[in-house]
Design a protein around this ligand. Structure first.
Ligand code: G3P
Length: 224
């Protein structure tokens, strides 16, 4: 499973990419609006930080299909053809995904809450679908079961569309999404940090240090 970072914050992107084996960045209008800055320079800077080989998913702002396509084409022309254009899975979005697929523009169907939305997006030519796990759980649904269903549907019909798990509230949901065979997930910088934390790891590391220093002091291996 690939890890992507769900933020448009440059400092967080720089910090996380220096530490974690990330595959890319996803944004949406909510995340972008938090940055309160010019949109295209921000997208260009994100691309520059992560590099052309990484995945960059950028969401359209329009709700009408022709405008979605126009925005998508603008993004591809102004940035690069490697980007994934995120399109909400509405009727208008489905038309846009079909048109963008014809044009060879890569898409991610977003705000997916049912297996049938995912299957329709895949049939329309979406490269990824993004089921919202935590939001579905909060509505009384089962986000992990949704991921499992989508993975099963795509396998069953031999579709190449991939599952990008999104919207997480805790590390356990991420672990469950991985076990449900999602191809990728996108998570907040805070949750990414939480994935590495375990008190026993920290205690173990501290004990290793103390035991080493009892015998070798502050000396490093290359000083012995
Ligand atoms: O990528 C989709 C994601 O940003 C939605 O997450 O936490 O707002 O439900 P959340």
């Amino acid at each position: 499973m690939l890890y992507l970072l769900d933020t448009a914050n440059l400092a967080q992107i720089k910090k996380a990419f220096a530490i974690y084996p990330l595959k890319g960045v996803t944004t949406n209008p909510t995340l972008v609006s938090k940055e309160q800055t010019d949109f295209m320079p921000l997208m260009k800077e994100i691309r520059q930080i992560i590099g052309i080989d990484q995945d960059l998913h950028i969401q359209v702002s329009s709700l009408e299909n022709e405008e979605m396509v126009k925005e998508a084409q603008y993004l591809v022309d102004a940035l690069d053809p490697n980007i994934y254009v995120k399109v909400p899975i509405t009727k208008e979005g489905l038309i846009a995904i079909r048109e963008l697929h014809k044009r060879g523009v890569k898409t991610t169907a977003t705000a997916v809450f049912t297996g049938q939305q995912a299957l329709l997006a895949a049939r329309a030519g979406a490269d990824f679908v993004a089921p919202y796990i935590n939001r579905l759980n909060k509505m009384g649904g089962n986000g992990i079961a949704l991921v499992r269903e989508i993975v099963t549907l795509f396998e069953q019909y031999e579709l190449t569309t991939k599952v990008l798990g999104a919207s997480f509230g805790c590390s356990e949901q991420i672990q469950e999404t991985a076990l449900a065979k999602a191809h990728a997930i996108t998570l907040s910088p805070a949750l990414l940090e939480a994935l590495l934390l375990h008190p026993a790891t920290e205690q173990g590391v501290q004990k290793f240090k103390e035991d080493w220093e009892k015998i070798y002091g502050k000396r490093k291996i290359y000083e012995l």
